[in-house]
Design a protein around this ligand. Structure first.
Ligand SMILES: NC(=O)c1ccc[n+]([C@@H]2O[C@H](COP(=O)([O-])OP(=O)(O)OC[C@H]3O[C@@H](n4cnc5c(N)ncnc54)[C@H](OP(=O)(O)O)[C@@H]3O)[C@@H](O)[C@H]2O)c1
Length: 281
C-alpha cells in the first residue's frame, strides 16, 4: 500500500489517480475530506502533518510514502524527523519527497530552508529515499484564471523571463514511477518542462487554448509582491520573485530527468493549458 500526502493538491491528485489506475492500493492524506473526486477504491485519511501522530493510522500496512509539505508546513520548524520515524516504525520502507529545484539553486534562501531541512531528514532517515526537485509549476497559472475569465487578461511581473515550467502531472508520473519501481533509491531528480516559457508566452498559449486573445499586462515587482503576499508568507513571496525575475542559469536549463525516468519528454505548457482550459473560460 502507498500513502500519498498532499493528496488533494496539484501533484497529489494526479499521483493518486496514476497509482490507482495501475491497481495500487492507495491511502490519500489531507487535512480536509477527500471529496468525491478521489478514484474509486482509494481510502482517504484526514491528518495534519504538523502532528505526526495523526498520520500514524494511515501508515499501517504501507510500504511506501509520498511526502509533500505545503502551506504553513513550509515555514518554520516542522517535526520532520518524528514524521519519518513514525513512518519507519509502521513498516514503511520507501519515501519519495517533493522538494524544489531551489533547494539546490538557492542554498542560502530563507524561503527554501524548510525544504532543505526536509531533504536532509529524509536522507538521514534510514529509509530508501528519492528526492524530487521540480522547478516552477505550470499550474501556477491558475492564479490568472479569474482575470482571464472576467477580463481576458494576464497580469504578471517579468513578462519576458522564460522558465521551463513543469506540468504537475509529470511530477506525479515521476513520483508514481519512483514509488513503485526499482533503481530510484538514493536518487535526486530535477524536474522541468521541455523548454523555457515566459509569462507573456503563457498568456498567449492560454489564449490559443481558449480560441480568444488574452492580453498580457506587466506588473512591477512591487505590485507582484503585494499580490503574492495575499496568499504567501513574506520569505516565500520574496524567494518566488527572485526566481521569476532573476533566474540562475541552472533554473533556466531544461533537465533530462523527466525523460530519463518516464522514457518520454516532459509535457509542454500548451498541454497543461489545453487540459485545464475550463478554469479559464
Ligand atoms: N508551485 C511551484 O511552482 C512549486 C515549485 C517547486 C516546488 N513546489 C512545492 O510543491 C509543493 C506544493 O505542491 P502542490 O502544488 O501540489 O500543493 P497544493 O496544490 O497547494 O496542495 C497541498 C496539499 O497538501 C495538503 N496539506 C496542506 N497542508 C497540510 C497539512 N498541514 N497536513 C496535511 N496535509 C496538508 C492539502 O490539503 P488540505 O489543505 O486539505 O490539508 C493539499 O492536499 C510545496 O512543497 C512547494 O514547495 C512548488
Amino acid at each position: 500500500m502507498i500513502v500519498v500526502t498532499g493528496a488533494t493538491g496539484n501533484v497529489g491528485r494526479p499521483l493518486v489517480e496514476a497509482l490507482a489506475a495501475v491497481g495500487e492500493q492507495v491511502t490519500a492524506v489531507s487535512r480536509r475530506p477527500g471529496g468525491t473526486e478521489l478514484p474509486e477504491g482509494v481510502r482517504h485519511h484526514q491528518a495534519d502533518l504538523a502532528d505526526p501522530g495523526s498520520l500514524r493510522p494511515a501508515l499501517d500496512g504501507a510500504d511506501a510514502l509520498f511526502l509533500l509539505f505545503a502551506g504553513e508546513l513550509l515555514t518554520g520548524e516542522r517535526p520532520v524527523r518524528e514524521l519519518l520515524e513514525t513512518a519507519g516504525s509502521a513498516g514503511v520502507r520507501r519515501v519519495v519527497v517533493l522538494s524544489s529545484q531551489a533547494a539546490e539553486t538557492r542554498p542560502q534562501a530563507i524561503s527554501h530552508a524548510p525544504l532543505r531541512a526536509l531533504e536532509e531528514a529524509v536522507r538521514a532517515s534510514g529509509l530508501d529515499w528519492t528526492v524530487l526537485r521540480p522547478g516552477g509549476f505550470g499550474s501556477n497559472a491558475f492564479a490568472w484564471a479569474e482575470s482571464v475569465r472576467t477580463r481576458r487578461t494576464v497580469a504578471a511581473p517579468f513578462g519576458d523571463v522564460g522558465l521551463p515550467v513543469v506540468d504537475p502531472a509529470d511530477i506525479a508520473e515521476v513520483a508514481a514511477a519512483t514509488l513503485r519501481g526499482r533503481g530510484h533509491a538514493g536518487r535526486t531528480y530535477e524536474l522541468t518542462g521541455p523548454a523555457p516559457v515566459s509569462p507573456r508566452q503563457q498568456a498567449q498559449t492560454i489564449g490559443d487554448a481558449l480560441g480568444e486573445p488574452v492580453r498580457f499586462t506587466e506588473l512591477s515587482p512591487e505590485q507582484a509582491r503585494a499580490e503574492l503576499l495575499r496568499f504567501m508568507p513574506e520569505p516565500v513571496a520574496d524567494g518566488t520573485l527572485d526566481i521569476l525575475g532573476e533566474p540562475t542559469a541552472a533554473e533556466q536549463r531544461v533537465s533530462p530527468d523527466v525523460e530519463r525516468v518516464l522514457g518520454r519528454p516532459p509535457r509542454a505548457f500548451a498541454d497543461w493549458a489545453m487540459r485545464n482550459i475550463a478554469a479559464f473560460r
